[in-house]
Design a protein around this ligand. Sequence first.
Ligand code: TTP
Ligand code: MG
Length: 390
Amino acid sequence: MRTILHIDMDSFFSAIEVNEKPELKGLPVIVVVGGGRGGEGGGRRGRAAAERGRKIRGVVSTCSYEAREYGIYSAMPLSKAYELCPDAIFLPVRMSLYKQVSVRIMEILRNYADKIEQVSIDEAFIDISSRVQNWGEAREYADAIKREIEEKEGLTSSIGIGPNKTIAKIASGFVKPNGLTVVEQENVQEFLAPLPVKKIPGVGPKTEAILASIGIKTVRQLASCDLQKLVSRFGSKYGWLLHQAANGMDESEVEENLVRKSFSSEKTLAENTLDLAIINQYIDELAESVHGRLLEEGEGLLFKTIAIKVKFDDFSIHTRAKTDRSFHSDLRTLVKTARELIAEFINGVREEDVMGAGTDACAGAGRRIRSVGVRVSNLCVVDAKQRRIV
Ligand code: TTP
Ligand code: MG
């Protein structure tokens, strides 16, 4: 019997903070990312920054379930969160601490798994097909995992169990926090049918809107939609995937991650700007940080794709990437390519703004960059002795 679990920790960063400071238990706790003062290493509480003037930068990384009752959620601007709940406890993100906890949790999970695929800092799929005989055993097995994580780390998790990754992933979000949802093969259709289409992993606001425009809101409607219709809207690959998922089918394997898929770092600028010289200073710093983490991860890690990410003051996000034919490991290539990408991007924006100003005085003009990021991906490991890609 194919049995897949998806494990997702509950309000991960804030739960770790509450663990560290038990007096915060039961309070609305908000972990803040970006914005200098509220950020990692600043050592100052975002709240103090919030109180000094409401024009604070930064966004909500995550928050406790108590804070969610005020309508606060991940990626909300900090100023908005402050408006909704000024009495919340605002804490700076402490990524290195969360990563250490994450590593320990993944180690626990590894012991329970035939195969494990970590998908984010607090989330993983595990294949337990050879370890249980039926769904009842699978539930007990997941209970044991939850207990071990709670005993060792003091954290709660939510687990979804199903016959494939898609079902397991949807199931883990079904009851949260501290949930355990088993979807047996024979109940798959019944479980999926009433859900809104956005519950299918990968269906974002764009797909949701297109589906709504053809009258499809629930997974039941999507499942009975003609495959050809979906293919003509979404292309053969994505159309087919949507159709499969809606019908509860997903053959994809739990894939052991040999190496992480990417390393990235981003930073909110001290002031919004389009000044290339200033932005290049950030690019250099970010490239160094990404490169440092590559080295930390282990020798012989190479990258092929370099990307930059730009967020404007209207919060629109743009990325540009360059994939080289060969792999690289050096900081010089990383800095040079990232600088080229950002320069091209900014030139493009300036041209657009000039053209926009010609036709409509406001269009496009005046956009400034709020934050930048650098990412390397398409990674591979070189066996240092044999100089061989593995
Ligand atoms: P999630 O698992 O999406 O969120 P969560 O664990 O905080 O809450 P839930 O109980 O709903 O699972 O993300 C894991 C961590 O990743 C989260 O604790 C903080 C971080 N994160 C961000 O920094 N920004 C984001 O926009 C999101 C979604 C998560
Ligand atoms: Mg989580």
